[in-house]
Design a protein around this ligand. Structure first.
Ligand code: G3I
Length: 478
């Protein structure tokens, strides 16, 4: 169930709780859900141009999380994770193969780093995952087991890992991906050696190791009503009837653009009606690359729809994206020709999807985030010499609302560098360039334009960029 975390964590969290209480006293809860607290969604935040997902989510009574890579939790990556998300899931660091590569030899460094980071940033932790057929150490997957010997190994592993983090994990994905697509049990080493009961035994062992953690069964392709999700439904129903400790169901939601199941909300609701919580645990929405403006716009609508489906069901506790940036996504490695699946691009710039999430969580942009295609950019190289060039950029507001403060972003395809700019402030990180308004030209009325110029250096080629975003939303360019 949605509710407050009672664990004292960072000062930021303490401050958030105070703000939440104050906001609730003045009627700050904005939905029928039990608000966990709006965090910093007070007047200052609401006036800010950029949304903060964790605050918006808290005000709606859910959490918004991301999978993380422990070794990347610093610099810009770490800053975005801390600022925007109130739950983190280690992408790999808590998997059996990571923590116990050889029997009885544990390596907790990555998992510890994630839990420590979460506590320093007032975030929940989704433990992922205790019993899964994949990323197992060889000694488990290739072992020669009887039901009894593997049961002991499995429950010992759960006791060791869930016990180590006792009281520090909010949700455990105890069992991951137990079903085949047709709803039969996956023939994992656990299923074949122990039989159907391995799931109940895992849940009981996890409850014994960490009584405060919410215990989940998690799977993919179970977002809509289908044979696999119905098998999961029947499993949960049966576990509940037997008194097995199960608190929630995780719908991974590795989705393909254009294929968000129409039955998503109804499916979440039917699990909730069984008396368990639900979470979207690994959301990403992949598309063919390079993405077009139209694809990014559609992805925005789909992130908004998935977030909205969770909000619409009181027992949906939160949403986790499987990597917040395209630079930390598993998709391109596994699905050739696909990518762009997360809410931020590879240079940590929010994509339209990010604003779709924010809008689902109640954020309105005050006119600074025009819909895709509601800005048009011309980029013209006016003169060019052996290693330098001068260019002029015009951004036109083709929407019906005023833009009040703008950032125009693009990525240079050929290693160009900004050397000097006028009528805008240009910053560059790698290939990523952001042009911020110069103050006096911050407002762009509907139909009006802002123009700025710059000098740059080039070598090898001076190909013009073709994709631009205005305040994170894609523009058209001729
Ligand atoms: O760490 C090694 C590195 O040392 C080596 O150089 C490199 C070479 O390939 O591999 C690295 O390990 C990779 C690991 O991710 C860390 O990056 C593995 O090869 C790669 O297989 C592994 O992929 C992970 C995948 O699970 C494994 O199934 C993804 O990062 C991770 O995002 C993904 O997450 C799963 C969830 O746990 C369950 N649901 C599906 C989801 C997507 O597959």
């Amino acid at each position: 169930m949605r509710g407050t975390s009672m664990k004292p964590q960072s000062l930021r969290r303490a401050a958030s709780v105070i703000l939440a209480a104050a906001s609730l006293l003045i009627g700050g809860a904005t939905s029928g859900h039990a608000a966990a607290g709006p965090g910093q969604a007070g007047p200052d935040r609401q006036a800010a141009a950029e949304p903060v997902l964790r605050d918006l989510a808290a005000a709606k009574g859910i959490y918004y999380g991301t999978a993380v890579t422990a070794s990347k939790l610093s610099g810009t990556y770490g800053a975005v994770v801390g600022e925007q998300f109130d739950s983190i899931t280690p992408g790999n660091e808590m998997k059996w193969g990571s923590v116990e590569p050889t029997r009885g030899t544990y390596n907790w460094s990555g998992a510890d780093a994630v839990v420590d980071y979460a506590e320093a940033h007032g975030q929940k932790v989704r433990g992922h995952t205790l019993v899964w057929h994949s990323q197992l150490p060889d000694w488990v997957s290739n072992g020669s087991w009887t039901a009894g010997t593997l049961r002991t190994v499995m429950t010992d592993h759960i006791a060791a890992e869930a016990g180590r983090y006792k009281g520090r994990i909010d949700h455990w994905d105890v069992v991951n991906e137990p079903f085949n697509e047709d709803g039969t049990r996956r023939q994992s080493v656990f299923q074949t050696a122990i039989g159907d009961s391995y799931i109940a035994e895992s849940l009981r062992a996890a409850r014994a190791a960490d009584p405060a953690a919410k215990l989940y069964v998690n799977d993919y392709n179970v977002e809509g009503v289908n044979a696999k999700s119905t098998a999961l439904y029947n499993l949960v129903k049966s576990l509940k009837e037997q008194g097995v400790p199960i608190d929630g169901v995780g719908l991974q939601a590795h989705l393909i653009l254009g294929q968000v199941p129409s039955t998503l909300q109804a499916n979440i609701q039917r699990f909730a009606d069984l008396g368990v919580d639900v979470a979207i645990t690994e959301l990403d929405i992949r598309m063919t690359t390079p993405p077009t403006s139209a694809q990014l716009t559609q992805q925005k609508a789909e992130y908004k729809a998935v977030t909205g489906a969770c909000l619409a069901v009181a027992r949906c506790e939160g949403v986790t994206v499987w990597g917040f940036t395209d630079s930390d996504s598993w998709i391109p490695d596994v699905f050739t020709g696909y990518g762009a699946a997360t809410p931020y691009d590879e240079n940590f710039r929010p994509k339209p999807a990010y604003y779709g999430i924010a809008e689902a969580l109640g954020w309105t942009d005050g006119g600074t985030n025009p819909p895709t295609g509601a800005c048009a950019v011309t980029y013209a190289v006016q003169s060019q010499w052996n290693t330098g060039f001068t260019a002029q950029v015009t951004v036109r507001n083709t929407s019906t609302t005023a833009v009040n403060g703008w950032k125009l972003a693009w990525s240079w395809p050929a290693g160009q560098r900004v050397t000097q700019a006028w009528n805008a402030t240009l910053t560059q990180s790698g290939a990523a360039v952001t042009a911020a308004d110069a103050g006096y030209n911050a407002a762009i009325a509907p139909g009006a334009s802002a123009t700025f110029g710059f000098n740059g250096s080039w070598s090898g080629g001076n190909t013009a960029p073709t994709a631009f975003t205005l305040n994170g939303t894609a523009c058209t360019s001729p």
